[in-house]
Design a protein around this ligand. Structure first.
Ligand code: GA4
Length: 328
């Protein structure tokens, strides 16, 4: 099973900690300081006033609600099969036996209708499904590029597109996932404390993840000292996660955040949608030279995103895959 039970929830301390909330309508200089502080201290922040129209978000939500409300016999027709992780999935996460009490759709974000892995999912849906997903992905991709440019500015990097260009690449390997955690029937076994609906502890392999969920709670992030903090969000807000590749690019200045979902407390179903911003498969990833200095020695080797992805899929969900790429 995937879920770690070693870290107790300490809600009192949790409230004192306070998760960073970033208001994108602030001026760029203030914003860049806030984003950098959040990425350094938590590898995570909530984003408000992000400018993605509410209609784009709600159309996306309607489209995926339509998909998940179909009978299983319909959904399994577009089931993901190794070696491709794309398509519909139920309980199985990755290829190595990790289990999560959820169902999901995983799509290539860059070539929604043409990528062969996506075609079967998209072709089986009403046309508004494709439009809703296209519009949503386009909007969050632009938002992610904007965040990465503000961040590069704050890090005083001479080229402010140095990270954002990776996800704007026509061959970027970004992907999009929607997770649906069923609501718990109070009288069922699922309501017992040891039954866990959720998604196990892990970090995301990519650069940034942009998550939006309905108001059913369950997401938790881990602080650097291993304390689990529950994250509550408004359906109109986003959560931003630092992924492993951003940790490497910043030579460890930002840490990819470990997170998990524990959703067995509610009789309502939780729906979350994530855009995982990634480089192209053949892109070389190395610490950005300006972030290496005598006081900040180089921490990671160079590797391609393809090599990193292969390593991720050869391991378990919760493994610390980034350790394989550390300099000796
Ligand atoms: C975690 C983040 C994304 O959901 C994902 C996941 C992927 C999958 O479910 O296919 C992985 C997981 C995620 C990291 C380790 C490997 C790959 C399952 C797994 C065990 C789509 C991704 O890119 O990496």
């Amino acid at each position: 099973m995937f879920l770690s039970s070693s870290s107790p929830l300490r809600t009192k301390k949790t409230q004192a900690i306070g998760i960073p909330v970033i208001d994108l309508s602030l001026d760029t200089t203030t914003l860049s300081h806030h984003i950098i502080a959040a990425c350094q201290d938590y590898g995570f922040f909530k984003l408000v006033n992000h400018g993605v129209p509410i209609q784009v978000i709600s159309k996306m939500e309607e489209a995926v609600n339509g998909f998940f409300s179909k009978p299983s016999s319909e959904k399994v027709k577009v089931k993901a099969n190794p070696p491709s992780p794309f398509g519909y999935g139920c309980r199985n996460i990755g290829f190595n036996g990790d289990v999560g009490e959820l169902e999901y759709i995983l799509l290539q974000a860059n070539s929604l209708s043409t990528c062969s892995d996506n075609v079967s999912v998209v072709a089986n849906q009403p046309t508004n499904f494709r439009c809703a997903v296209d519009d949503y992905i386009q909007a969050v991709k632009e938002l992610t590029s904007e965040l990465l440019e503000i961040l590069a500015l704050g890090l005083s990097l001479p080229d402010t597109n140095v990270i954002s260009r990776l996800i704007q690449d026509v061959d970027s390997d970004s992907c999009f996932r929607v997770n649906h955690y069923p609501g718990v029937k109070p009288e069922s076994n699922q309501a017992k404390p040891d039954h866990r609906i959720g998604f196990g502890e892990h970090s995301d392999p990519q650069i940034f993840t942009i998550l939006r969920s309905n108001d059913v709670p369950g997401l938790q992030i881990s602080t650097v000292d291993g304390l689990w903090i529950p994250v509550t969000t408004e359906p109109t807000d986003f959560c931003v996660f630092v992924g492993d590749v951003l940790e490497v690019l910043t030579n460890g200045r930002f840490k990819s955040v470990r997170h998990r979902v524990m959703a067995n407390k509610s009789n309502m179903s939780r729906m979350s949608m994530m855009y995982f911003a990634a480089p192209s498969l053949n892109e070389w990833i190395s610490p950005i030279p300006q972030l290496i200095s005598p006081g900040n020695l180089r921490l990671y080797k160079s590797f391609t995103w393809n090599e990193y992805k292969k390593a991720a899929y050869s391991l378990r969900l919760g493994d610390q895959r980034i350790d394989l790429f550390k300099c000796q």
